[in-house]
Write a protein that binds this ligand. Structure first.
Ligand code: GTP
Ligand code: MG
Length: 367
């Protein structure tokens, strides 16, 4: 079936989702950074051509900065350690030589950037040093930014949304990474962008998992389809897909139970859910987002690698970026999983989610 390729901007005309309800907890004013999306996306040509520019809300001054500020704040701990270490490497020498670059390699490794990515970046910088020389700290920072961006941009493919709704997004991952929280945040985010959203509580395994998603549904003013605890998650998903189709819902977000890739039965259950969704909605699930906890570092990465192999993951949501000094894991994810980070979780509140943007991330890391 046909797919519409969008930039990270999911904004559609408000006609599709109805007018804003000023009393709604997801009123766009509660998401001031949403209005900055069109400024923020890197592919302006890909924005929805059906959105008449005249009707697009005027971006107010400062919103772009606000989004950048939020990313900056989220990676404060990473930036502090990272920048401090880089400064100390640079302070040792005026001219950037191989010895300084080897020290820089140690800094990159300690920020969890990963050995493959680090080797590649340092090798490129050494080649550059041989060819043209690297004059000093400012030049090194500039070149390092380019290298980091290149790593992220290599895997940054535009999200492909289906032409016919609903778009089905499945949240998967190991226990406790933030799947339910992210499902709730995304429901609120898309809804604030004017899209109709349905949540599906397909974690029937953990006690209180359904109630937890219900709380998010009511917070974000989004309907939910559920079954009882212990029920078949595929049955809940079937009902949700049928409901989304008959209601003309634009986005169906499916919260699934935490599972380890080693639990064969549970991985088979994910497969069954995929097949169920596809029966009712062609091409579904359109996105399978692996939710990863940034604080688990390289361990999380090993788990994620095995998970992505088993579950046909299309992108990563990196949660708890606010709680780690090892935000460099974003780069290791790009190189080692060959997948883009599409959203970053930056706190526990409903608005604590950002569409991931490599420029903003790298700028925030290396001011
Ligand atoms: N600081 C911070 N905490 C987060 C973030 N995302 C989720 N959390 C917290 O992480 C904990 C686990 O979140 P859940 O959404 O329940 O995780 P889950 O993956 O659904 O867990 P299971 O369903 O048990 O596998 C909760 O305390 C969340 O508030 C984030 O971006 N930042
Ligand atoms: Mg959960």
């Amino acid at each position: 079936m046909g797919l519409r390729v969008d930039s990270i901007n999911r904004q559609t005309s408000t006609a599709a989702g109805g007018p804003w309800n000023p009393g709604s907890p997801v009123h766009p004013l509660n998401y001031p950074y949403l209005m900055a999306f069109s400024l923020f996306g890197k592919r302006p040509a890909d924005t929805d051509p059906e959105t008449p520019p005249a009707e697009a809300p005027e971006p107010k001054l400062g919103f772009f900065d606000r989004m950048q500020d939020r990313m900056k704040q989220a990676v404060t701990r990473t930036r502090d350690t990272f920048s401090e270490s880089i400064s100390s490497v640079i302070a040792l020498t005026r001219e950037i030589d191989f010895a300084a670059l080897d020290k820089l390699a140690a800094v990159l490794l300690s920020a969890d950037i990963g050995s493959a990515t680090t080797s590649r970046i340092i090798e490129n910088l050494k080649q550059r040093a041989l060819r043209q020389g690297i004059e000093g700290g400012a030049e090194l920072r500039r070149l390092l930014k380019l290298e980091l961006r290149a790593v992220l941009d290599r895997v940054a493919v535009p999200v492909r949304h289906p032409e016919t709704p609903p778009e089905v997004i499945m949240m998967v991952g190991v226990n406790g990474t933030g799947k339910t929280t992210t499902s709730g945040k995304l429901a609120a985010l898309f809804s604030a962008q004017g899209q109709s959203v349905l949540l599906c509580a397909a974690d029937t395994f953990r006690a209180a998992a359904i109630e937890q998603l219900e709380v998010w549904a009511s917070r974000s003013n989004v309907p939910i389809i559920k079954t009882k605890q212990g029920g078949d998650p595929s049955a809940a998903l079937y009902d949700a897909c049928a409901a989304a189709r008959s209601r003309g819902t634009q986005v169906l977000i499916v919260d699934t139970a935490g599972r380890l890739h080693t639990k064969t039965d549970l991985m088979k259950e994910l497969d069954k859910m995929r097949r169920t969704a596809e029966k009712l909605v062609p091409g579904a699930p359109h996105q399978t987002l692996l939710v990863m906890d940034a604080t688990t570092g390289q361990n999380g990465l090993t788990q994620a690698r095995l998970f992505t192999e088993a579950a046909r993951v299309t992108g990563i949501v990196l949660t708890k970026l606010d709680g780690t000094a090892k935000g460099g894991i974003v780069l290791a994810i790009a190189t080692e999983l060959n997948l883009p980070v599409v959203y970053a979780g930056i706190g526990e509140k409903m608005e604590d989610i950002l569409p991931f943007d490599s420029d903003s991330f790298v700028d925030s890391l290396l001011e």
